[in-house]
Structures are given as structure tokens and as C-alpha cells.
Design a protein around this ligand. Structure first.
Ligand code: SAM
Ligand code: DTB
Ligand code: SF4
Length: 326
């Protein structure tokens, strides 16, 4: 017989694994705003403390010169963004930065590299970095581009907790954003990560000129993965001068909030991260995102290459909303 806790786990897993149809998701997206947000907040309260938000910190451990042509990215060598490329940072510098982030209240340390995929010669250094950051007692996350099965296995053995690999948009809009890899490539790496036993951080970007149907399709893909991602970053495009998508029309803030609410309802047990783009959001928009079920943010004034709100601004926002760090 199952114990109470086992039963809860089984029910949660069954609920999490429900498959969403595009029609059901579209119906949700089109609900009156108040109905959608009420549902999202109700789901949120069943799974999480509504006044706690998880804090992650990002570090770009290898900047620029990336061979991929992602239309939003400052680090692609296909675009002239004026960003200077650098080599992989030394492990000591990374660990010192991670210690500062821990002192600042972050519980997860996310490290990004502007690679299409890690090369075999990079793997020893990466393993050392994971071990060094983990030894501080932080959760570790990396985003290094595509991984093969062996690389995913090696990262898990090194103690990496999460791997971030975004699908970014819908399958049909994907070729408008990136031409150097396919949506299927993305899903394959996610499968390697899942098989290795690491947790998945996977989401997308809004405001790249995609349609409402694309937003809904992206969420359906995420929610219908064999297991939903444990962490779902919802980014608002940060327009970067020199990139092909820099002139995209800004997304309606209320449409952005709707997507956050949808992510909460469709992936009830996942952390939904209000990710890139907070510097361009009003406090009121962020407050609505938290009400819609976002319960994670990046802290610190820099993301990978772009800006993020200062610590003082986030402290003041949390105080005004009665929010606390998890
Ligand atoms: N190279 C790795 C990869 O793409 O998998 C990791 C780094 S990449 C910069 C991580 C994610 O950041 C992208 O998948 C994208 O969702 C997000 N991102 C990058 N540039 C952005 C921008 N200008 N605005 C919003 N999100 C962005
Ligand atoms: C994610 O979804 N957003 C983060 C993280 N995963 C790696 C990256 C945001 C990058 C924003 C643009 C920049 O800093 O260059
Ligand atoms: Fe490279 Fe990642 Fe930027 Fe794409 S998003 S160009 S893969 S660093």
C-alpha cells in the first residue's frame, strides 16, 4: 500500500503528466483576464507558498563569438553587436563570484557559455567548475548549448543539478528565429538531459514577433514533454542593437502576464521564472506576474550580457508586495 506521501507524489506526477491539447490551451489563453489569473493563483496556492520567490544568479562564463545565429542574441558571431568575445573563465574567479551571489541571497547559480555545444576539451574544466560551485552549497545550473548523451551523463556525475536549454518559441516560428539548428535538435538535447537524471530548466522568449498561437504552442510543447521542466523561464525579449530581432514590436504586458498564468496552470509543480526583461517591466507588471504564479527571478544587475534591476530595486519591490526569498 502507498503511504500518504507516496500517494501525493503519484497524484502530482499524474497531474503533471497530463497532456494538453492546443484547443484546451487556446481556450485558457482566451479566458477573461480575471478568470485566467484567478485560476492561476488558485493552482499556485495548492503547490507553493504564494509569497515566496526563488532567487537565481546568472554568470556568463564564456562570452560571445557563438557560431549559432539566434536572432535575439548579443553573443552570436553572425550579428554586429559590438560585444567582445572572451575565453572560458577560470574556475577560481567563477567560484568567487558564486560565493558573492550566495551572500546576496541566491540559492541557485546559473552559468552560461556562448557555445553551440561544449567541445571534448572543455569538459574537464566544466566538471571542475560544477564541483567548485556546488561545494559552496548552491544549486548548480548550466547552459552550454547542445549536449550529447555522454556529456549529459558526465555533467550529472559532476553534480550539476539543472541544465537550461530553451525551446524559445513554437516549432513553426522557430525557423524565423534561428537557422543554424532545429527545434528537433533542441528536443534531443532535452531528452539527453532527462535521461541523465538532471533536472530541466526550459522555457522561451516572448516579444519576438510571434503570434498568440505560437505562444500557446510553445506552452503545449513544454507541458507535454515526457515530464514537464522543473523550471520554466519566461523571458521578455531584450532588444539588442545589431540583432535581427531588435525591431520586434514590444509584447503587450497583459499578454505577457497571460502566458505566465498559462505556464502556472499547465505546469503546476514547476518553478516559473520571470526571467530576462524585468528592467523594462513596471513594478505593477511584475506584481501581476507574481500573482499569475511566477515564483523565481534572476537577481543582480547583469544577466549574461544585458541589464537586470539593481538589488535595491528588487528589495523595494519585494517589500511593497510582502514577498520573501525562498
Ligand atoms: N548558448 C546556450 C544556448 O543558447 O543554449 C546558452 C546561452 S543562451 C544566451 C540562453 C537563453 O537566453 C536563450 O535560449 C534565450 O532564451 C535567452 N536569451 C538570450 N538572449 C536574449 C535576449 N536578448 N532577450 C531575452 N532572452 C534572451
Ligand atoms: C534564460 O531563459 N534566460 C537567461 C538564462 N536562461 C540563461 C538568459 C537571459 C539572457 C538575456 C540577455 C543577455 O543577458 O544577453
Ligand atoms: Fe549562441 Fe546561445 Fe546566443 Fe544562440 S542564444 S547565439 S546558442 S549564446
Amino acid at each position: 500500500m502507498l503511504g500518504v506521501q507516496d500517494e501525493t507524489a503519484v497524484t502530482q506526477k499524474a497531474r503533471a503528466a497530463q497532456s494538453w491539447t492546443r484547443d484546451a490551451a487556446l481556450a485558457l489563453y482566451q479566458l477573461p483576464f480575471n478568470d485566467l489569473l484567478f485560476r492561476a493563483q488558485s493552482v499556485h496556492r495548492q503547490q507553493f507558498d504564494p509569497n515566496r520567490v526563488q532567487l537565481s544568479k546568472l554568470l556568463n562564463i564564456k562570452t560571445g563569438g557563438c557560431p549559432e545565429d539566434c536572432g535575439y542574441c548579443s553573443q552570436s558571431s553572425h550579428h554586429s553587436t559590438g560585444l567582445a568575445a572572451s575565453k572560458l573563465m577560470d574556475v577560481e574567479v567563477i567560484v568567487a563570484e558564486a560565493r558573492k551571489a550566495k551572500d546576496g541571497g541566491a540559492t541557485r547559480y546559473c552559468m552560461g557559455a556562448a557555445w553551440r555545444n561544449p567541445k571534448p576539451r572543455d569538459m574537464d574544466a566544466i566538471v571542475e567548475i560544477v564541483a567548485g560551485v556546488k561545494a559552496l552549497g548552491l544549486e548548480t545550473c548550466m547552459t552550454l548549448g547542445m549536449l550529447d548523451r555522454d556529456q549529459a551523463e558526465r555533467l550529472r556525475e559532476a553534480g550539476l543539478d539543472y541544465y537550461n536549454h530553451n525551446i524559445d518559441t513554437s516549432e513553426s516560428y522557430y525557423p524565423n528565429v534561428i537557422s543554424t539548428r532545429t527545434f528537433a535538435d533542441r528536443l534531443q538535447t532535452l531528452d539527453h538531459v532527462r535521461q541523465s537524471g538532471m533536472k530541466i530548466c526550459c522555457g522561451g522568449i516572448l516579444g519576438m514577433g510571434e503570434s498568440e498561437a505560437d505562444r500557446v504552442d510553445m506552452l503545449v510543447t513544454l507541458a507535454n514533454l515526457p515530464e514537464p521542466p522543473e523550471s520554466v523561464p519566461i523571458n521578455m525579449l531584450i532588444p539588442i542593437a545589431g540583432t535581427p530581432l531588435a525591431q520586434s514590436p514590444r509584447i503587450d504586458p497583459l499578454a505577457f502576464v497571460r502566458v505566465v498564468a498559462m505556464a502556472r496552470i499547465m505546469m503546476p509543480t514547476s518553478f516559473v521564472r520571470l526571467s530576462a526583461g524585468r528592467s523594462a517591466m513596471s513594478d505593477e507588471m511584475q506584481a501581476l506576474c507574481f500573482f499569475a504564479g511566477a515564483n523565481s527571478i534572476f537577481v543582480g544587475d547583469t544577466l549574461l550580457t544585458a541589464g537586470n534591476p539593481e538589488a535595491a530595486a528588487d528589495r523595494s519591490l519585494f517589500d511593497r508586495l510582502g514577498l520573501q526569498a525562498l
